[in-house]
Design a protein around this ligand. Structure first.
Ligand code: SAM
Length: 323
């Protein structure tokens, strides 16, 4: 395994947005609160992860800031002494939380934002809040949660005309803008009024994004990425550009990520439909750090030879497992 070992921890399946490609309009059947891993249980899994060489934790969701008391989890994870703890958020609650997150030891945040246009924001997220997110990004910068990263899912005919605007936004604000290929997750179904099912016509490959940026901004200079997932480049104007290409150029061989779902299911990959029920191991089988470490070791071993299969195998519940 080439990439760093990372545990992505999804703390909730709730989200306050309904992005047209992610969570169905009517919401989803949420995991009952008693079935969510508690912060103490997550901490135990994190301890076990450190034992087997994981050095980085990424907190995700759902919308992680929608779970009460998240700062306490950040504190617990930081106290365990990993190399890095970061958070992925839609940014709606970031302005209020940034200072406390920084004080708890969080290093940085990634904000997901697919448009900079107020009229379009409601169409993509089916909710309001662009101003709050922009204020949240500013608050994160002021709090020192840097380097800031922005995740943009590029969808043809919906927001692909904003690629250059995002690059300029990155240049002005000193943040890394990461363009992500659209994956066929459950929000994308025949019932999705806005998009329907995933299909090639909606898809913009990372290569095309790169060509379009080079046409407008000149040649991109490759730079070493830090998480092994994005290919990272720099424009002449100093903007960092990340390209995340799970569809056109899967990065399985470099991927050292394990994913813990809010209900305690450990997945090897977004394409792992079954997963391992760590909540049962903890609550019924009384697994502690030693037992969990051996389950995680086993999972990392299986990742070495993991074949993700075709796109149909994609675990569709991105709103739960957290990207
Ligand atoms: N709420 C947090 C956020 O907004 O970053 C964390 C969870 S969200 C599911 C994590 C990332 O997954 C976001 O950047 C989102 O855009 C991305 N995502 C969700 N569905 C996707 C899809 N079908 N294709 C590509 N990325 C997707």
């Amino acid at each position: 395994m080439k990439g760093d070992k990372v545990l992505r921890i999804s703390v909730t399946d709730r989200c306050d947005l309904r992005c047209i490609y992610c969570m169905p309009e009517g919401g989803v059947a949420l995991v009952p609160p008693a079935e969510l891993l508690t912060y103490e249980e997550i901490e135990t899994v994190a301890r076990a992860a450190l034992r087997v060489g994981v050095r980085k934790f990424r907190i995700t969701g759902g919308e992680p800031l929608a779970r009460r008391g998240l700062v306490a989890l950040v504190e617990k994870l930081v106290r365990l002494g990993p190399d890095d703890v970061a958070l992925t958020t839609n940014g709606l609650l970031l302005a209020e939380a940034a200072g406390a997150l920084k004080a708890a030891g969080l290093r940085r945040v990634t904000v997901s934002l697919d448009t900079l246009r107020p009229d379009r924001f409601g169409r993509i997220t089916r909710r309001a809040g662009l101003d709050r997110i922009l204020t949240g990004i500013e608050a994160a910068r002021k709090a020192g949660l840097v380097p800031l990263k922005l995740n943009i899912v590029v969808i043809r005919g919906i927001n692909d005309d904003e690629i250059a605007d995002f690059v300029r936004f990155g240049e002005r604000g000193g943040l890394e803008v990461r363009f992500i290929e659209l994956m066929p997750t459950s929000g994308l179904s025949p019932e999705c009024k806005e998009l329907g099912s995933w299909r090639p016509a909606l898809f913009v490959a990372g290569r095309e994004v790169r060509e379009r940026i080079e046409r407008d901004f000149g040649p991109l200079r490759p730079v070493a990425g830090e998480d092994g997932v994005a290919e990272v480049y720099e424009t002449g104007g100093g903007a960092r550009i990340g390209l995340i290409t799970p569809i056109s150029d899967p990065f399985c061989s470099g991927c050292g990520r394990l994913r813990l779902g809010p209900e305690g299911t450990l997945k090897l990959c977004l394409f792992d439909r079954a997963g391992i029920d760590l909540r049962r191991e903890i609550r019924e089988n009384k697994a502690g750090v030693d037992e969990l470490a051996s389950l995680l070791e086993d999972a990392l071993g299986r990742k070495m030879t993991w074949d993700r299969g075709d796109l149909a195998a994609l675990s569709s519940e991105m709103f739960k497992i957290g990207g």
